[in-house]
Design a binder for this molecule. Structure first.
Ligand SMILES: CC(C)(COP(=O)(O)OP(=O)(O)OC[C@H]1O[C@@H](n2cnc3c(N)ncnc32)[C@H](O)[C@@H]1OP(=O)(O)O)[C@@H](O)C(=O)NCCC(=O)NCCS
Length: 146
């Protein structure tokens, strides 16, 4: 089966919340309302699907000349297949050369490795950024393409 990347729909919010609980349990996983609000705000949210099932998602918001990656997640059963990178590249395409920022847990080595390989660098640390775990975050930035 092939993976298709397309718009996230309001009907996906429940499934995304299931994955949030699986992946971000210690860090205040998003509730369905958070996804619905992001969609209603017109932010750029994508879903990766296979055989009709949602197996990954990502979201980005553009503000002025910058963009911020809100979220990026792949179902653990489907990690390591290139889906995270495909979602991230779709986000970066949409950012259209703008500077892109994101936060990532300092202990999330696989995500940090992915972001570095797509041109992000660490520009700062936010102590205790995640709640309720109290984990630290790196702020990473991908410079605008000139
Ligand atoms: C981070 C995440 C989105 C990556 O998605 P994925 O589909 O598994 O990643 P891909 O298969 O596209 O791999 C992309 C790159 O990620 C890195 N990576 C992925 N899994 C890795 C692992 N187990 N160890 C180290 N690096 C890893 C590698 O750089 C990899 O590139 P390579 O295949 O050329 O080596 C996924 O692991 C995930 O959902 N993690 C939990 C949620 C999360 O932490 N999201 C990020 C929040 S900021």
């Amino acid at each position: 089966m092939s993976v298709l990347i397309g718009p996230m729909l309001a009907a996906d919010a429940q499934r995304c919340t299931e994955l949030e609980r699986l992946l971000f349990d210690s860090d205040d996983p998003w509730r369905p309302e958070a996804f619905l609000e992001a969609l209603a705000a017109g932010h750029y949210y994508l879903a990766a699907r296979e055989g009709g099932s949602l197996i990954g998602y990502a979201g980005l918001a553009r503000t002025g000349g910058e963009a911020e990656i809100h979220t990026l997640a792949v179902d653990p059963a489907h990690q390591g297949r290139g889906i995270g990178r495909a979602l991230l590249r779709a986000m970066l395409d949409h950012a259209g050369g703008a500077t892109v920022l994101l936060e990532v847990r300092t202990d999330n080595e696989s995500a940090i490795q992915l972001y570095r390989s797509e041109g992000f660098e660490v520009i700062g640390t936010r102590r205790g950024y995640y709640r309720p775990s109290g984990a630290d975050a790196f702020t990473m930035r991908r410079q605008a393409s000139l």
